[in-house]
Design a protein around this ligand. Structure first.
Ligand code: FAD
Ligand code: NAP
Length: 353
């Protein structure tokens, strides 16, 4: 049975727009930067009301935020930040083998993973503990431990800011790639994602081929694979090596892992025999950016209050009171060092504003 989501209901209450507000609590880098305005919405009706107000008050630009775990602010945000809190997880269809689960864009991603694990639905257990909200998942086709969102994605609904219409996107429409989608490219800044529907498996097919998971399961003494065991293994690995943003500000991997031609990989390997490459379906080879940065001697390096994390060099961190420009300057130093040593140009994964 179709159950309407709260975003289809028209809320008469207009959410409050807070003016000249610090974004520090709204993003995981914990940088103190001001926004001209910030408001939170829980439904499409509230979003529409806010957009009308933003137009009347002539806000120069808009930015939708979920958990703020993939953004870096390098200057005050001269516009209205819209924090998406659309809630709700519903089964919209099922058959003997699969279940289609629709989640509001404001649902915490890890809460959705735990919901699936607890209901025995497989497909996203390897994506446990990724910070942020469901609505941002399609933005960069979130991925970890050998699984990407696209492998379970069914469709999403989004609101077009200019046309003021709701549009459905199928898997093909999203043009998912490695940490990439149409929403980061051709449609950048045009849509607010309202909900995402995933197709999950009632008889899970486990994906534990990613080295660290198998080792972790062995260490945990797991005899039989279950969704709980796999998600617990992923959680344990992540907690052991990734900085908790509540303790040390960061936005996860600052850079994407670069992919290079097989010939480029071969020439790097001639010089650096320990380099690890992961062959891709398109014949390219993916390199571990963290390893490249570490080889440049930058693991644990600091520039003022910004730093390269001591356990995972792919993560840039805020040691207390850094600024977005300082983090950006550090990222440029890292890019230059890796380019000079390996001839490979790293690209930022984090969305810089
Ligand atoms: P935000 O940071 O709020 O937004 C990110 C971008 O998406 C922004 O451009 C924003 O405008 C846009 N956006 C957000 N919501 C919407 C919406 N509803 N509609 C339209 N646009 C929207 N990522 C991975 O892929 N794999 C990982 O394993 C991983 N591990 C991480 C570990 C740590 C410790 C941290 C801090 C980050 C990690 N990340 C990882 C990055 C990040 O958590 C993900 O990219 C996540 O999906 C971001 O969600 P968010 O809600 O915080 O997005
Ligand atoms: P890791 O296990 O130390 O591995 C280093 C890199 O090698 C990873 O980035 C991974 O690429 C690649 N890799 C390792 N084993 C692989 C395999 N069997 N097949 C293909 N590629 C392999 O990485 P980590 O830093 O601890 O992160 C673990 C996972 O969490 C990774 O998937 C990573 O992407 C994800 N993660 C993402 C973020 C983020 O912000 N985007 C932050 C933390 C962790 P891939 O990254 O392509 O998987």
């Amino acid at each position: 049975m179709w159950i309407p989501y709260n975003y289809f209901t028209m809320h008469t209450l207009h959410p409050i727009i807070h003016k000249h507000i610090s974004l520090k609590p709204y993003h995981t880098f914990g940088i103190n930067v001001l926004a001209a305005g910030l408001a939170q919405f829980e439904s499409l009706g509230q979003l529409q009301a806010l957009l009308a107000t933003a137009e009347a008050q002539q806000f120069k630009k808009l930015l939708v935020l979920g958990g703020g775990s993939n953004v870096l602010f390098t200057q005050p945000f001269d516009g209205l930040v819209l924090k998406n809190n659309i809630d709700g997880i519903t089964v919209v269809a099922e058959d003997d083998e699969q279940v289609w689960v629709k989640a509001g864009a404001g649902v915490n991603w890890h809460a959705l993973v735990m919901h699936a694990v607890n209901h025995g639905w497989g497909g996203i257990e390897n994506l446990a503990l990724i910070p942020g909200c469901v609505g941002a998942g399609p933005m960069q086709n979130i991925g970890a431990y050998g699984v990407e969102l696209q492998s379970v994605f069914h469709q999403l609904e989004a609101y077009h800011l200019h046309d003021k219409t709701c549009v459905s996107f199928s898997l093909a429409d999203c043009s998912f790639g490695y940490r990439d989608s149409v929403f980061k490219r051709a449609l950048k800044g045009q849509f607010v994602i309202l909900s995402v529907t995933l197709r999950l498996q009632k008889q899970p097919k486990f994906n534990v081929g990613y080295g660290a998971i198998r080792t972790q399961l062995e260490e945990m003494g797991v005899q039989e694979l279950t969704l709980q065991a796999v998600s617990n293994a992923v959680i344990a690995i992540r907690q052991s090596k990734l900085p908790d943003p509540a303790v040390l500000g960061n936005a996860g991997s600052f850079f994407k892992n670069p992919t290079v031609d097989a010939s480029v990989f071969a020439s790097i390997q001639q010089q650096f025999s320990a380099v690890v490459g992961y062959p891709q379906a398109n014949g390219m080879v993916k390199l571990a950016a963290g390893w490249l940065i570490e080889q440049c001697g930058l693991k644990g390096f600091r520039l003022g209050q910004a730093g390269v994390h001591g356990k995972q060099a792919l993560v840039l961190v805020n040691h207390g009171n850094t600024t977005g420009t300082e983090v950006l300057a550090l990222s440029k130093m890292v890019i230059a060092a890796v380019q000079s040593k390996f001839g490979v140009v790293l690209e930022a994964e984090v969305n810089v504003y």
